[in-house]
Design a protein around this ligand. Structure first.
Ligand code: PYC
Length: 316
């Protein structure tokens, strides 16, 4: 019987499963190199701990690994039901709150090596209702808008979207004509998935031909500066406002002159949770910072019986 310790949290409704011990040995080198070893040689572990029946399509995994950069305290690889993420904003808030719950971090700033660069996570003082500090600001890697208002034919209508990088690639759409509400999740999912496919068919990608695997649909809301529905690569929607998606949004606003250095932007998710975001220019690069709270919700050991026909998780 294999036993894999985990700690689950959620950030604005979006879950993160933090794992560390009893994981495959990914060798030495940078976190980006470890991710490649994970992907090529240990993908079964991803499916085992994240896919049904031990996990679900919504869950994001966060494997803590030793950082290569000596200035970092932690390294992390994020993954989901279909593959791997460059960065994950809600996940970074989630692991900081989880480490805080475990007593491994105190309020202060920590540097974390991810496959796409180093982020800084600040755990704020003050206890959440669980009695541990759980409010976190993530100073992300530089974000930028790559393409502006790219037209796309989807389901007989034309939408326009910016292509932006916030640690993952996003296509950000305002003129979709759909209601961004929890009552409309099926239609939002369906349309966003069609957008994703249409982007592929039209050969529209991020820089260096990288696939745009996240779609964001925005609408106005009286409760924040904007509300969004974010579709993730495995067709699950993000219950949080999406940290990397909010970063991409901030990059577009900043590029349009609609957001100033240091100004706060409140991004609400389709289920109502809110991240606060700001941008700061640093050496000519636009650096987003995202703030939110996470809550621990389960800890234990996943059990994998070697005779279990679904021991490797259900891969679709
Ligand atoms: O918060 O960056 C994020 C994220 C990416 C995918 C799911 N959440």
């Amino acid at each position: 019987m294999k036993r894999i310790p985990f700690l689950d949290s959620h950030t604005g409704g979006e879950p993160t499963r933090m794992l560390e011990s009893d994981a495959p040995d990914l060798g030495s080198g940078s976190v980006a190199e470890k991710l490649e070893r994970f992907r090529s040689h240990h993908d079964t572990f991803r499916s085992q701990v994240l896919n049904e029946p031990r996990g679900s399509d919504v869950l994001v995994g966060a494997l803590l690994v030793a950082p290569n950069d000596p200035s970092c305290q932690f390294g992390v690889i994020y993954f989901n039901n279909v593959g791997y993420l460059g960065m994950c904003g809600h996940g970074t808030i989630g692991i900081m709150a989880s480490l805080s719950y475990q007593g491994r971090v105190k309020p202060g700033t920590y540097r974390i090596e991810t496959p796409v660069g180093i982020v800084e996570a600040t755990l704020h003082a003050g206890n959440g209702s669980g009695g541990y500090p759980n409010r976190v600001s993530v100073r992300n890697i530089p974000a930028y808008r790559y393409l502006k208002q790219v037209a796309l034919e989807v389901d007989g209508k034309t939408v326009h979207g910016d292509v932006a990088w916030g640690g993952n690639w996003f296509y950000l759409v305002h003129d979709h004509g759909l209601e961004v509400s929890p009552q409309n999740l099926e239609e939002l999912t369906d349309f966003s998935w069609k957008i994703r496919k249409a982007l592929q068919e039209a050969g529209i990608s991020g820089a260096n031909h990288q696939e745009i695997d996240h779609v964001e649909l925005f609408s106005p809301t009286p409760e924040a500066d904007s509300r969004s529905f974010v579709l993730c690569p495995g067709k699950a929607y993000d219950r949080s406002p999406c940290g990397t998606g909010t970063s991409a949004k901030l990059a577009c606003l900043f590029a349009d002159g609609s957001l100033q250095d240091g100004q706060t932007w409140k991004q609400q998710s389709v289920v109502g949770s809110v991240f606060e975001g700001q941008v700061h220019m640093d050496h000519g690069q636009m650096i987003p910072t995202i703030t939110g709270e996470a809550w621990v919700m389960a800890e234990g050991k996943l059990l994998v019986d070697e005779r279990d026909p679904f021991g490797e998780g259900i891969r679709i």
